[in-house]
Design a protein around this ligand. Structure first.
Ligand code: ATP
Ligand code: MG
Length: 584
């Protein structure tokens, strides 16, 4: 039996009390007993009951039928009518509120019980299917973006449903044909970007004012991006075209210069041509229903921010975004974090626990540093990607999920595949769309905009009024190689602002030392000047190096010496670019 919260609207005291007793005995809770339509509406709003039992004839200006209609329309609360005698006219009017039942007075308990149960059941089912429909139409609206994958020779290997709509081809008809037959872009030279990417070029946008002719001849303006797909040997294995409506493309794709996404609280600076190409693709990928995305780029290039961007620009943005860092969580924990466990799955499992795969369902999972995922788990992850299903540890039943998985790596996964540390099949499964963030030294036009952006941010945060960079400081910024990428810029500016006394940042406060690659290569920590001008980051790095040297680069002993776990040590070593084979 479904127990429900029920509101009673009945102006005969005795009947009302009878109803209350019976319903309570049946296990329902009665939220209130009222006698007028106006009170019914007030109570419904206040307590949102699952069901209202309503006398058709009640005192006051508004009768039960009218009140029921309002409850249904305004609050989606269903009604069972209670009626002694009703004229045909009232009865036909009563139907307008789509009542879920009629109970004739004087009522019989079994009759009441059956009506109430049916109504609660029907309401639950209706509500669920309505929600499902809403979710579906939300995704359908978002599936504007067509995705076509082609191999090196230009043969179509994938056509998503939006691309089917756009081109008029079904995937099964299109597979094996040359993309030029399916993706008929005019004029013909409009396909040049695809050809350039196939011959080894970076991500490109389709030319403006490209027109796509569907199979039946209808033409529509499209815009989009073409990105290379690399195989595990590092050669181009094909390309992916992500495209959609052209209208938003007028003017700058990103206007203003900063993209603010309040819910996740981050901003992205896009002041470089290379980054704009990547983000043009990213925006379409976000809106497409592609369920796996691989982000690669050196440490500090902005993989985390890009992952959040993808989530917040997808139809899943209101659902959870959960991240797990495969490098910083001990191996034994990653599995239970991801999959959760059943009570008793292992000694410590006193309670059932849901993993992030389950908690994020409907949303996005960000698997950071995927290259560090243990091999055995990689196989399990592959299954999640293929079936959108998994089992809790110690569980026997499959749990179905709906997830977008974004994986990021700063390792060369191809190298890991060669070394037997990464599964080839997982690589291909993740590699549907690969977003590569170029290192900062390859997009030098972004250095000054980024520096100014961080200056602005830290001015606000530190309540400072620094004006900008002296010409020499700008020179120094431009000349530096930024091995720590955007994170290094951020940390450099943060530190410079703390030490700078004048209102323009001078080269000396930047403290850029080309002889120390990756010196400020640290995670999100705040850099505060320590004694003798050393930043926290530098100090941390020095401590790490000292501990490692003292122990002959034995990571276990060094970790013990520092009082941190081995995993944390490994993580920090990676952040600071400290290699185990480094000469002491
Ligand atoms: N385009 C950008 N605009 C503004 N800030 C950025 C941009 N790219 C990166 N950042 C900032 O740089 C820092 C490093 O970025 P992020 O953490 O995303 O790097 P990452 O590639 O994930 O690095 P790692 O491989 O070390 O995890 C963050 O503070 C981030 O906010
Ligand atoms: Mg990261």
């Amino acid at each position: 039996m479904t127990a429900g919260k029920i509101l009673i609207v009945e102006d005969e005291r005795v009947t009302a009390e009878d109803l209350r007793d019976i319903l309570t005995q049946l296990g329902h809770s009665v939220t209130a007993v009222v006698s007028t339509a106006a009170d019914a509406i007030l109570e419904a709003e206040r307590t949102s009951p699952d069901l209202v039992i309503m006398d058709i004839r009640i005192r006051g200006e508004m009768d039960g039928v009218e009140a029921a209609r309002i409850l249904r329309r305004r609050f989606d609360i269903p009604v069972i009518y209670l009626t002694a005698h009703a004229d045909p006219e009232t009865l036909s009017r009563a139907k307008l509120a789509e009542p879920l039942g009629y109970v004739i007075k004087p009522f019989q308990e079994p009759d009441l019980q059956a009506n109430v149960e049916m109504a609660l059941y029907k309401q639950a089912v209706d509500r669920e299917s309505r929600q499902r429909r809403e979710r579906l139409s939300e995704t359908l609206n978002a599936i504007g973006e067509g995705v076509i994958s082609i191999d090196r020779k230009g043969t179509v290997t994938l056509l998503n449903s939006a691309a089917e709509d756009w081109t008029g081809w079904t995937q099964s008809d299109a597979l094996g044909r040359n993309f030029e037959e399916i993706f008929r872009l005019g004029p013909p030279e409009r396909l040049e970007p695809v050809r350039r990417v196939l011959s080894g070029g970076p991500v490109e946008s389709l030319n403006e004012s490209s027109v796509l002719a569907a199979r039946n001849g209808t033409e529509r303006a499209v815009a989009g991006s073409v990105a290379p797909v690399w195989d595990h040997t590092g050669t181009i294995s094909g390309a992916v075209i992500v495209f959609g409506e052209a209208k938003e493309e007028s003017g700058l794709p990103f206007d203003p210069q900063y993209l603010a996404t309040a819910p996740l609280g981050f901003e992205l600076v896009l002041e470089s041509a290379a980054m704009k190409q990547v983000m043009g693709l990213a925006r379409r990928v976000a809106a497409s229903e592609v369920s796996t995305v691989l982000i690669d780029g050196e440490s500090g290039t902005g993989k985390d921010v890009l992952a959040k961007y993808l989530h917040s620009h997808s139809s899943r943005s209101k659902q959870p975004f959960l991240a797990i860092n495969c490098a910083s969580i001990p191996e034994a924990l990653i599995e239970s974090e991801l999959f959760g466990y059943e009570k008793g799955a292992f000694t410590d499992a006193r309670q059932q626990k849901r993993g992030i795969l389950e908690l994020a369902s409907g949303g996005t999972i960000f698997l950071d540093e995927i290259g560090e995922m243990p091999l055995a788990l990689q196989a399990k992850l592959l299954r999640v990607l293929e079936d959108q299903a998994f089992r809790r540890l110690g569980g026997v039943k499959d749990i179905q999920v709906d997830l977008r998985i974004i994986a990021a790596t700063n390792l060369d996964l191809r190298e890991s595949i060669r070394g037997g540390r990464f599964r080839l099949d997982l690589y291909y499964r993740l590699n549907v769309i690969q977003l590569t963030i170029p290192p900062l030294r390859e997009r030098r036009d972004a250095i000054l905009p980024l520096a100014s952006y961080f200056l602005r941010i830290f001015n606000l945060r530190f309540k400072r009024r620094l004006q900008g960079f002296s010409p020499q400081a700008e020179q120094a910024l431009l000349a530096h190689d930024w091995p720590g990428n955007v994170r290094e810029v951020r940390n450099t500016i943060e530190r410079a602002m703390v030490v700078e006394d004048s209102s323009w940042i001078q080269p000396s406060s930047l403290g850029l030392r080309p002889d120390l690659p990756g010196a400020m290569h640290i995670p999100e920590s705040s850099v505060t000047p320590a004694f003798d001008g050393m930043s926290l980051g530098d100090a941390e790095q020095t401590m790490l190096v000292r501990a490692l040297e003292k122990t002959g680069w034995n990571q276990t002993r060094a970790a013990r010496l520092l009082g941190i776990t081995r995993d944390t040590l490994r993580y920090k070593m990676k952040k600071f670019n400290l290699k185990a084979d480094r000469p002491g």
